[in-house]
Write a new protein. Structure first.
Length: 363
């Protein structure tokens, strides 16, 4: 057997084993779509989230303590720590909304360093996967601080969110892009009534913006992850629970992912699907459409029907005296101008119409 053949066989075997370790977690989760007129207000209250179906809840039964066997908890004890998380989004906005509700028998947040109860969130908006922290960089010969600024948090982001934050910022972004935790890219609010060392319930409400590229130079070169219906993103979190202000280690490290290294390798995140609107918030039939000017010189416009419902007929009025009954027409406008275009649809549930005034403007 040749050396090349043995090497290829060994590499294939390693990739097979790696595939098993990555693929062993078959879980998938859902992200609730809020209607555009019911976007949550970031005030630390739960009222805006009561519309979310319980099937979107992710509780302690989905988390596991991934510390060494000698110290880890086999099962979650709700008398010690109980956590429930919901995730939402709004069509047309590149934001992920979170509601974090937790009970802890000992809230640890009096110190100004990383010794704090923490909700650690990791997001990879385009599921590009792979390592994203400097210590995981494949080239170990590079200076670690150089890779920190050029690599860490650039294509996937890690937020250490303090629960709660007292006399310090609400989160630590583990990377060279701390600007992503501030408006207009993030916002957060707490609601709690306890002191350090006491027990009680906490509500944390926040939203963040995932980025396909977020560098140390700031927003000027950043590229937001585009969130669209039915798209899957990479997402996971961990709950870091201290139970003693003098302790040097966590009492619990509860991870949603089955692989602890998810904190620095996006390949170990879990798939979350951006769901369509739930039926109670959908109109039986609703006309919606978009367009692209594909050739301005010839005033050629491609129209796309994005309507909802069981539709049997379409009627486009292009505002120039012509019309079309195609679902996705391409139209050549006769002269420059500002046009009023209307799509009318019909189906078993009735009719719907949407007009856009002067959106289609041609020269």
């Amino acid at each position: 057997m040749s050396f090349l053949f043995r090497s290829i066989s060994f590499l294939f075997f390693l990739s097979f084993l790696t595939g098993i370790s990555i693929a062993q977690d078959k879980r998938k989760f859902k992200i609730f779509q809020f209607p555009a007129n019911m976007i949550p207000t970031i005030d630390g209250k739960v009222e805006d989230w009561k519309m979310v179906d319980p099937s979107y809840n992710i509780g302690m039964d989905q988390l596991w303590d991934d510390r060494d066997d000698s110290v880890r908890h086999r099962f979650a004890d709700p008398k010690n720590l109980d956590v429930n998380v919901k995730v939402g989004w709004v069509k047309g906005m590149n934001r992920l909304y979170f509601l974090y509700e937790a009970y802890d028998d000992y809230w640890d947040f009096s110190l100004t360093n990383l010794h704090n109860d923490i909700f650690e969130v990791v997001v990879d908006g385009d599921q590009s996967g792979g390592p994203f922290i400097s210590s995981f960089h494949p080239n170990k010969n590079l200076n670690q601080m150089d890779t920190y600024f050029s690599y860490q948090g650039v294509h996937a982001q890690n937020y250490h969110i303090f629960t709660p934050a007292k006399e310090k910022d609400w989160a630590m972004v583990w990377g060279s892009q701390p600007w992503i935790k501030d408006l207009p890219y993030a916002n957060a609010a707490y609601n709690y009534n306890f002191k350090p060392g006491e027990s009680g319930r906490l509500t944390l409400e926040f939203w963040i913006t995932p980025f396909d590229y977020a560098g140390p130079e700031g927003a000027s070169r950043a590229l937001e992850s585009v969130l669209t219906e039915n798209k899957e993103i990479g997402l996971s979190w961990a709950v870091l629970d201290y139970d003693d202000v003098k302790a040097t280690k966590y009492n619990g490290f509860w991870n949603l992912s089955k692989v602890r290294e998810m904190y620095g390798n996006a390949s170990y995140l879990l798939p979350f699907r951006l769901m369509p609107l739930e039926k109670p918030y959908l109109k039986p039939i609703d006309a919606q459409w978009s367009f692209i000017v594909t050739d301005m010189n010839r005033r050629m416009v491609s129209f796309t029907d994005k309507s909802y419902g069981e539709i049997s007929s379409w009627k486009w009025d292009f505002g120039d005296g012509t019309s079309s009954d195609k679902q996705h027409p391409v139209h050549f406008f006769p002269k420059p101008g500002q046009y009023v275009v209307t799509l009318s649809i019909q189906g078993l549930a009735g009719t719907s119409r949407l007009t856009k005034v002067w959106d289609v403007t041609l020269k």
